[in-house]
Ligand binder design. Sequence first.
Ligand code: KG4
Ligand code: ZN
Length: 343
Amino acid sequence: MDSNQEIKILAIESSCDETAAAVVVNGRDVRSNIISSQIDIHTLYGGVVPEIASRKHIERINQVIEQALETAGMVLDDMDAIAVTYGPGLVGALLVGVAQAKAIAYAKKMPLIGVHHIEGHISANYIENKELEPPFLCLVVSGGHTHLVKVLDYGVYEVAGRTRDDAAGEAFDKAARAIGLGYPGGPKIEKASRMGNPDAIHFPRAKVTGSDYDFSFSGLKSAVLNYLNGCRMKQIPIVQEDVAASFQRAVIDVLVDNAMRAAEQYHTEKFAIAGGVASNGVLRSSMEQACAERGIRFFYPSPVLCTDNAAMIGTAAYYEYQAGRRDGWTLNAVPNLKLGERA
Ligand code: KG4
Ligand code: ZN
């Protein structure tokens, strides 16, 4: 292969409630990033309904891919490979993207690359931070995952800590529902928090026994529910903004505390955050400050690259492509795929 040759990858993401496609050149040059969100539909039900998510992906995936190619000013025949998220995620939702990618790869005789969704989230950091290279430590905080990951090299990961129960985003979503702010919880809590006092209520900061860097958010969720019930029983008015701000502060304190203990132990020089919750402005500024105090360089993607998108899948796929990895016709959706595991 000519070393100056451009590697163009068409990437597809359909693991949850966004139907997304992107064209990414040489890993970090995003030529298009089309995201069709289903949030309006799922909001009616207060959360993602898997069956509806699959049906909407089927309806939209062709248009989203067409738009990604058009925006990039390219056609399918220009692509060098097709990449798709194959796990973890909702099985029916993943299957739509995987089947679509396999069909295109088969028809166009194109290499097929299955990508781990979390590897995608981590790789989102490469897009705007052109100088970022492994090794670094990454806190992945999304609706389904809370992982502290050692990125040893491209495609080489070691999980240093993970949640024992709810993911950080899930905690935001559940707390928002309890407070009466609705869905999706993260952005709603962040917005309400701007008008609230983070010191108004003291919620617990859970420490997990037996592991240095694991997380637990279910106790915090119960504490919010208990607080709200207590107020109702005693007929004390609930200040939504104060509950939101105090909850948000508790989650962020735990995330930053764990992250910085790991960063110190591993003598980390570079720290990155990823996933939907990484778009939270208070988390970003708290991490930025904590990293600055320790002389650690801090990286984060733009909000649109934090939440689910296909550009991050194209970026991750490029490094897999360069490592020579190709998938065959047996590629399948793996709803509980572990990071660093090949299925
Ligand atoms: O990464 P993502 O789009 O999907 C998964 O892979 O799960 O993350 C979605 C999660 C949701 O739980 C949502 O409430 C949370 O990210 N989120 C936020 C914010 N924006 C999205 N959490 C806190 N603050 C935000 N601004
Ligand atoms: Zn995600």
